[in-house]
Design a protein around this ligand. Structure first.
Ligand code: G3I
Length: 318
């Protein structure tokens, strides 16, 4: 039975999933589907700073290394996620404990250590994650408050020094179409390019919800970033809905997954399309959005939904 992967290989697209490494170790059907359906993987959590350096100076790469080894054994690329974020930082990393100069040195060391550890084994890095608010202003984070907006250029330069061959991405949500947030990215990329900062990719997470509709101008948005010299990727696609499901919501979900995939296939340099989990068995959605769920293409029993077949049909046409 052909999976998504066969069709994506023929289309020249990386089709990926976020991987829950606990499930990968414990759940054989999950593991088999991860290998069968995808030619790219992203660690859902285990490359985040909190998990790799839980105690200052003590690294734990074991879970991430296991996933990278799995990917290699199955001929899959690895998207690294994520180096600089406001969330899931180690508990020891606080503004009370360190001066701004110390925080800058810690961020630099974190980026060098992590990118060096995975050098040659991770082909994309989400260098920064979620740096803007939806209105296009800078998100108030430990990094902005202490280092100012120049932390972004620094982070990309450090990551590039540590692995010059990795493609370096800006990543965010609610930035699919042309809006205040993607406008902020557009301005930032222009500035970074003018400063010769090594930024290569525009990452669109793609967390949709059927009750909010699907941004229709994703392709237009991807194209304007391509015009600035970037490639792009859909990095965390899922399409949640208020429960219970019904046929109209299921149909809207099909159109959410498919619209983003079509935009990627129609763009000239959209290189990968990653699901943020492929089965409802392990999806993050119900624990964060109470009353919502069914956000992935396979249900709790790994049974394929209409969204799965829509993705496969579209890939097959490409
Ligand atoms: O590891 C602990 C475990 O020891 C403990 O028993 C358990 C109890 O709650 O928590 C576990 O940590 C959880 C972790 O996922 C690993 O499962 C955290 O509580 C939980 O908050 C964390 O959630 C992750 C979330 O990022 C954190 O912000 C989700 O799995 C992950 O899907 C989600 O991913 C983000 C992307 O990185 C960025 N874009 C948005 C996306 C969805 O929120």
């Amino acid at each position: 039975d052909p999976g998504l992967r066969v069709a994506a290989d023929r289309a020249g697209l990386r089709i990926g999933t976020a991987v829950d490494t606990t499930a990968l170790a414990a759940d054989a059907p999950y593991r088999e589907a991860t290998a069968h359906e995808f030619n790219s993987v992203t660690p859902e959590n285990v490359m985040k700073w909190q998990l790799v350096e839980p105690v200052q100076g003590t690294y734990d790469w074991a879970a991430a290394d296991t996933l990278v080894d799995f990917a290699r054994a199955n001929g899959q690329k690895v998207r690294g996620h994520t180096l600089v974020w406001h969330s899931q930082n180690p508990s020891w990393l606080t503004e009370d404990a360190f001066t701004p100069a110390e925080l800058r040195a810690l961020l630099r060391k974190h980026i060098f250590d992590e990118v060096s550890h995975f050098k040659g084994r991770v082909y994309h890095w989400d260098v920064t994650n979620e740096i803007f608010n939806d209105d296009g202003t800078w998100r108030d984070t430990i990094w902005l408050r202490n280092l100012g907006p120049g932390y972004v250029a620094d982070a990309f330069r450090w990551a590039h020094q540590a692995d010059p061959r990795a493609k370096l991405y800006l990543n965010d949500y609610n930035n699919e179409g042309v809006n205040a947030k993607s406008d902020a990215y557009y301005r930032l990329v222009k500035e970074l390019k003018a400063q010769r900062v090594p930024v290569h990719g525009y990452g669109v997470q793609g967390h949709l919800a059927v009750q909010y509709g699907v941004p229709g101008d994703t392709l237009t948005n991807l194209r304007r970033f391509e015009a600035l010299g970037l490639e792009s990727a859909l990095t965390e696609v899922d399409v949640r809905m208020p429960l219970p499901t019904d046929p109209i919501k299921v149909q809207a979900q099909v159109s959410g997954f498919n619209t983003l995939l079509q935009a990627c296939l129609l763009a000239r340099r959209c290189v990968s399309y990653t699901l943020w989990g492929f089965t409802d068995r392990y999806s993050w959605v119900p624990s964060v959005f109470s009353g919502q769920g069914s956000a992935t293409p396979l249900d709790e029993n790994l049974v394929r939904k209409p969204a799965y077949y829509a993705l496969r049909d579209t890939l097959t046409l490409a």
